[in-house]
Design a protein around this ligand. Sequence first.
Ligand code: KE4
Length: 426
Amino acid sequence: MDRKRSTELFDQARNLIPGGVNSPARAWNSVGGTPIFFERGEGSRAWDADGNSYIDYVCSWGPLILGHAHPEIIKAAQDAAGSGTSFGAPTELEVRMAQLVADAVPSIELVRFVNSGTEATMSALRLARAYTGRNRIIKFDGGYHGHDDALLVEAGSGVAAQGIANSAGVHPDYAAATMVADYNDTASVERLLEAYKGEVAAIIVEPVAGNMGVVPPQPGFLESLRELADSHGALLIFDEVITGFRAAYGGAQSVYGVGPDITCLGKIVGGGFPVGAYGASKEIMQTVAPLGPMYQAGTLSGNPVAMAAGIKTLELLQEPGIYDRIAANTEKLASGLGTVFAEAEVPAQINSVCGAFTVFFSEAPVTDMKSASATDRDAFARFFHAMTERGVYPPPSQFEAWFVSAAHTDEDVEQTLAAARDALTG
Ligand code: KE4
């Protein structure tokens, strides 16, 4: 494929922006090559600066569950913008959005909107510390919760893809209060809780891991975290920035029937605009200023344009059968790719949940960051490039999810499977 214009733009970008990108996850460091610069998206497809078309499985890393440039979402945002983009004062749109979120997410009675998933998880940690009066946090190896200092410890996603477990510049005292357990390993959590009895404010977990690649919770794992949090007086935080409104309309907590104390949201909730959110019971959220002593604020939090896009997105996601369609196409892709890899005699593990899956180049099942890290990432990189050459755009890292939207069609599925077959055997 001719990507001359992407190359030109990347050369210019690198003179102005660190690594030429506004997020390392876009840098293609772990797959090599020059990042594609995109120009236009519509439904399940995106076109690059050279006019090449791709079936898009990044979908802006999850927000676009209804596809690119959904006309009703665009119109809602345009109409809102025409009445003023921000007031720095409350608007009715925030009330309507909060009602939709509280109605959808079982554990949320009060919700605060922020501008990113990072802000949501950062605020949730502060809330947990303020509410419990404790300082230590337990996260999971390969869990990624945004770039808050306290959470850039053994993180997944772009951190893992860079081959760094932590970030430079994080104050050692800060990181010291964050302890790391292993996903799907209840005993590793229990050991930390026992070792630091009475000191752990919260356990933060992606109820379905998405940032080591997709790794679903094994039966009983989430329930064990709920029991351990209760028995040790710690809060359980579900980071549903990926799974919120994706795993189901009520998020992963509604699928697995495990209720966290605090839920973090992002991505889909903003309909493609910058929105994050954190919510909990009234009892816990009374701690948040201006009601209580835990301070968190934001100039553009709950701004009308983003709220209008989020409201329209959540309204459209209430269409009967839409999640069945997304789940069915996800399953068709996951099982279809499983067949393609088996026929090509290429070892692969494909983990999937409604709306998201990951192709791991591995003989062994992938159930945590250790097994995800043992996969053949060079083989993934070759496959990634072979797929982009065939008009399919997977995530540029083994440690990410392929996202499936309501806009992906049966034809997209067939074209993707054909491209994979050709990429592996061609
Ligand atoms: P943002 O601050 O990027 O909006 O959200 C941080 C975040 C929090 N929690 C989870 C479970 C997340 O997956 C994320 C961000 N996800 C990555 C990709 N897996 C975003 C891509 C990027 O960093 O550019």
